[in-house]
Design a protein around this ligand. Structure first.
Ligand code: ADE
Length: 329
């Protein structure tokens, strides 16, 4: 993949005799690529260090709503994010292919670019992220049945990603999006690690995660220790999410990142009295310092071990995406 001018080969305009739209490019199959003129921008719904996300609607066809992540090329280069943006695109493409897509993961509908921007067109989540939804609940936390449902959907997303040898590395409520039907999808693959990526082997700083990915409260002890990244890093964050769904609070909370990291390394957290016993048992089996000993790690029962845990009793895993979500939004 040529990343010199920030335009990989499959995103470069190629010559075509069927020249129609002066802005439009064609992909490697000769299909006309979309441009921003194909969408009506509705509103801004998010921003990152090098991107802004807009809600938009297709102007033609089914007129579907979509989220368009607009990335600023200059900013990507300035922040040294060229490789990670292309990794994000590649991973999203893989996870959006018909044979490897999941209802619990945001879908990449199209990519295109202009002189200054790269655009990612993504499936749209009408209700925003799960933290926003949680903030509107009584006591700013979820009831047990609600937490169980969202945790189960997240577990489906994670086992799917891990099955493709990807580690998300930024699992948190802000990256779980709630669709119009009340189901969720995991988004934001900006920190993703591809366990089969060859280039990373050349760069031991990345392999051993010296560049700390993710968000302080969810970061696993092995990342803090600069140990290799494995799917278990996401499993740790999954445990942190279950605690947060049920309490509305972070289990590892303190005044500074430094103090949060100390708490993580010493496994210093407490459950409130009303925390359900079966959820407590699950979180305690996940928030284990040794990555291979975490429930759900391949060495500790894999995905099945979590799915069979008492906390998830009643979840119909095979029909989860067809079941009625617990909250009417
Ligand atoms: N914010 C970021 N990505 C989004 C998406 N796909 N849908 C709605 N809001 C978002």
């Amino acid at each position: 993949m040529a990343e010199d001018g920030l335009i990989p080969e499959n995103m470069r305009p190629t010559s075509s005799s069927n020249y129609v739209n002066p802005d439009a490019q064609v992909d490697e199959h000769g299909n006309r690529m979309k441009t921003m003129t194909d969408y009506e921008v509705l509103k801004e719904i998010g921003e990152g260090s090098f991107s802004v996300v807009y809600a938009a609607r297709e102007r033609a066809g089914q007129k579907r709503e979509a989220a368009i992540k607009t990335c600023f090329k200059k900013q990507i280069i300035k922040l040294g994010k060229v490789a990670s943006v292309f990794r994000e695109k590649r991973v999203l493409q893989t996870l959006s292919e018909a044979e490897s897509c999941s209802p619990f993961i945001v879908q990449l509908i199209a990519t295109f670019q202009d002189e200054n921007h790269l655009y990612f067109v993504l499936s749209y989540a009408k209700y925003g992220d799960l933290l926003q939804v949680q903030m509107k609940r009584p006591d700013r936390k979820f009831m047990k049945e609600e937490a169980k449902f969202y945790a189960a959907e997240l577990w489906m997303a994670l086992t799917h990603i891990h099955g493709h040898d990807f580690v998300h590395l930024d699992v948190k409520l802000e990256n779980i999006l709630v669709k119009s039907d009340g189901h969720t999808m995991l988004s934001d693959f900006g920190c993703v690690k591809d366990l089969n990526e060859k280039d990373e082997k050349l760069d031991p700083r990345i392999r051993h995660s010296a560049i700390m990915p993710g968000t302080a409260q969810y970061v696993s002890p092995e990342i803090l220790q600069r140990d290799p990244v494995t799917p278990s890093c996401d499993i740790w964050a999954f445990g942190v999410v279950i605690y947060q769904l049920l309490t509305g609070k972070h289990c590892f909370h303190d005044e500074s990142e430094y103090l949060i990291f100390k708490r993580i390394q010493k496994l210093l957290y407490k459950f409130p009295d009303e925390f359900p016993e079966d959820a407590k048992d699950l979180v305690e089996k996940i928030l284990v310092l040794q990555p291979t000993e975490r429930l759900g790690a391949v060495e500790s029962g894999g995905g099945e071990a979590v799915a069979k845990h008492a906390f998830f009793e009643g979840i119909e895993w095979d029909k989860l995406h067809e079941t009625q979500p617990p909250i009417t939004l």
